[in-house]
Design a binder for this molecule. Sequence first.
Ligand code: SAM
Length: 411
Amino acid sequence: MVTSFISALDNNMQAFFILGTNRELARTELTSVIGDVKPVVDTEDVLIVDDFDGNLGSVHTKLGGTIKTGVIYASVKTQDELIDAIAGLAPTLREMDGKFKFGISVYTGGHRGKLTALRAQTQRVGIKIKQKLKENGQSVRLVTSKIPVLSSVIVTKQKLLERGVEFCVFPMADEILIGVTESVQDFEEWGERDFERPKRDAKRGMLPPKLARMMVNMASGNPETDTLLDPFCGVGTVLTEAMELGYKHLIGSDIDEIAVDATRENVAWEKKRTDNSVEPQMITVRAQDLATFLAPHSVDRIVAELHLGKPRTGDEGREELEERLEELVAMYTESFRAFAGIVAKGATLVLAVPAYVVDGSVIPAGVVDRAKMFGFELIPYEDVETTSMGALRYGRRGQMVLRDIYRFKKV
Ligand SMILES: C[S@@+](CC[C@H](N)C(=O)[O-])C[C@H]1O[C@@H](n2cnc3c(N)ncnc32)[C@H](O)[C@@H]1O
């Protein structure tokens, strides 16, 4: 985590969280971690909350879906006031020795027209601020980008958190909020865990680590005491992300011995890299047979990407895909039966299941009723847009297999 030395002026600050590309998942993860908050601003880009009394840097380190965090310092009415406020604020935030670097990112605060107007003027605003700071004899550099916001890469590489300031600006209907970035997502660390782990398996399908992290957070477990199981562990992405979050009791299983070995190898790498002594229990078993290996009530959280089916070629017709999904759902149903035999009452499941794209429409896997047959009730997501079946959908344009993320509770 890259963190700034600026900290809030008082304990109960107004904090902002810039959400990543899958806003619905990022927002759900965030509220799972910081608790139910009443946001004062809640847009596609950002959640701003009142009276945040946690440590932004340490909260951010836990999150897979949040790109930046920071503190709101001021509210102004006009662009001229914005220029004066930032020019006045800058010297109070940093020692002004040497060259002072700053950048401005304009995020959606809720008012479309004002957003467009301010984004068109960002360069001008930046130059005016620079002039004002220079008038005081300060050597200043304005950091800019082709897009209206500075990426985590730019903020980090330009050392804006350590030696400069990134101002995040949120135009709203009758005011403009000015925030200062405290932390940005550590893109190098995420990249290392994604691309440098010893075992990767694109064919089998791997969860992106950020998605795995969001899913583990959405399970809201207690890392010290809860036992978390991934019964379709593949190369172990869920388990290594749970290790990052401090889970002590982990179980991974898969039908395929090769996958179990790959997970062991990735876990060993993670242990060494982070000096972590946790040793997940590993089992080679079909998910449907787990109840013969694990004791009743022994599992508190199940976080998994279920088997997504044969890799798609793109030539499949709708009927064939529907048949494939039916077969998968039959296997999931037997897996739910097994889960019911091993989980504690109140256990939470966060599961990614496939939704197939065909001819421009999406066929989801119908799992909600099957889960219900074994006492797993859907936990509805709040304040985010879901699919008609109540899932959060993860996928990129052009993908043939999307992932629907469901959350269940054992009643
Ligand atoms: C999509 S992959 C999971 C990838 C994993 N999330 C990761 O990031 O590495 C699905 C896994 O399910 C396993 N699998 C397929 N059918 C299974 C079953 N009936 N029981 C348990 N595992 C199964 C496959 O071997 C595969 O490793």
